[in-house]
Design a protein around this ligand. Structure first.
Ligand code: ADP
Ligand code: MG
Length: 401
């Protein structure tokens, strides 16, 4: 049995980047000066599993990112090195892979595949990747790799797609090549995030509103360090249940193409025709859309108490109706409740583990992180990582100096 105080001392609190070493790493390996691009990960403040229902989400880009360095080659090869994996992969630009290999290189090669499909001639290049977005923790390292790669390759081939097009292209890389059925949120916020702002995105037409996050508020992200794959309970199953509920409602109101078009009154009227689980999933999504728009309004007028209340309600709905939480995430949210400085806490991302997002008064953020980490370690027996973040700007080119 590990004592509480020794666990507390071990809790990893990260609030600083390692300085980017990508340029020297690229030069040492490839003997060429790279152009360097940065694409951030993200945290979703509210709006979970609403993106593929053409609803609303409100993420912020965070100050953890993937960097991609690129330089041309003359041998017709595409050589991709990931510093995170310490591994180099070699492809032939004239004979691009058509299918995934379930390897990390699927993410950058998915982007190349989509660009080639758009009619771009793809030359040989060297690409180096390094990121400090925790991998597989729900902070979207995958979108950050895709977006950084897309910017890098587009610069090489002289393409310059506008932000929303770039985001769609990266989403397609993940849907069509990697084989993950994600919505548009992750790629969109990585491209279009704005420093110190959250972004309310309408996933129907990709229109958005920026809502300033006040200076006195920190984004404290708590990684449960678990990722469950629940039998019959994963992301894909949830999507199928949601589509099921949508079909039932559309029988009565054909204009309902997605749950975005449905109301809680529709659900009251016709919910009994659905499987009970589908009805619960639909209740989460329909109410989550309302909460997400209300949360953006609250943030716009600086009403942090209302934002916190909506986050708490969103967590309950995600946990009870969508059943996408787990003991560890529920515990992380519960343990935050009486800590000084908390504004609101909820599980963020696709579910079944990953991270919670805590909006916390900046002055209390470090103490909050230490206390939450200690409590979680003592109760669950796993030392969490806690990241004290702020909302960062979207993807772009870095100075080469
Ligand atoms: P999340 O997006 O929440 O971090 P995913 O499972 O969607 O989790 O994506 C994680 C995967 O993305 C990794 O397992 C790896 O294949 C790829 N990836 C992320 N960052 C990098 C990186 N720096 N280098 C290479 N591959 C990466
Ligand atoms: Mg991902």
């Amino acid at each position: 049995m590990v004592s509480k105080s020794s666990l507390e001392a071990e809790v990893a609190i990260r609030n600083m980047h390692n300085p980017p070493v990508l340029r020297s790493l690229h030069i040492d390996r490839f003997h060429a000066e790279p152009a360097i691009f940065r694409a951030p990960g993200r945290v979703n403040l509210i709006g979970e599993h609403t993106d593929y229902a053409e609803g609303f989400v409100m993420p912020a880009a965070i100050n953890f990112a993937t960097l991609a360095g690129i330089s041309p080659r003359t041998d017709g090869k595409i050589v991709i090195y990931s510093e995170n994996f310490g591994e180099e992969m070699v492809f032939d630009a004239a004979a691009l892979p058509r299918i995934r290999t379930r390897h990390w290189s699927d993410y950058p090669m998915g982007v190349v595949h989509v660009l080639a499909g758009e009619g771009h001639a793809i030359p040989g290049f060297s690409l180096s990747l390094w990121g400090d977005v925790p991998l597989g923790s729900g902070l979207s390292s995958s979108a950050s790799v895709e977006v950084a790669t897309a910017l890098a390759v587009e610069s090489l081939i002289g393409a310059n797609d506008p932000g929303p097009v770039l985001a769609r292209l990266c989403q397609r890389a993940e849907n069509e090549f990697v084989g993950a059925s994600c919505g548009i949120m992750d790629q969109f916020i990585s491209v279009n995030g704005k420093e110190d702002h959250a972004l309310l995105l309408d996933c129907r037409d990709l229109s958005f509103r920026l809502a300033p996050i006040p200076d006195h508020v920190a984004l404290v992200i708590a990684n449960t360090m678990v990722k469950h794959s629940v039998a019959g309970g994963d992301y894909t199953t949830r999507r199928a249940e949601v589509e099921d509920a949508t079909r039932v409602l559309a029988r009565h109101r054909p204009e309902i193409r997605f749950l975005r078009d449905a109301t809680l009154a529709d659900l009251d009227q016709w919910g009994h025709e659905m499987a009970p689980k589908s009805r619960m999933r639909a209740r989460h999504i329909i109410s989550e859309n309302l909460r997400t728009v209300a949360a953006a309004d609250a943030l716009m007028r600086g009403d942090m108490a209302e934002l916190g209340r909506l986050m708490a309600e969103a967590h309950r709905s995600y946990s009870q109706d969508f059943e996408a939480s787990c003991v560890e995430a529920d515990t992380m949210v519960d343990l935050a409740q009486d800590l000084p400085g908390l504004i609101g806490a909820r599980l963020t991302g696709g579910g079944f583990g990953g991270c919670t997002i805590n909006l916390v008064e900046q002055k209390d953020a470090d103490a909050f992180a230490a206390a939450l980490g200690g409590r979680y370690a003592a109760q669950i027996g796993i030392v969490p990582e806690i990241y004290v973040c702020h909302a960062a700007g979207g993807a772009g080119r870095l100075d080469q100096a």
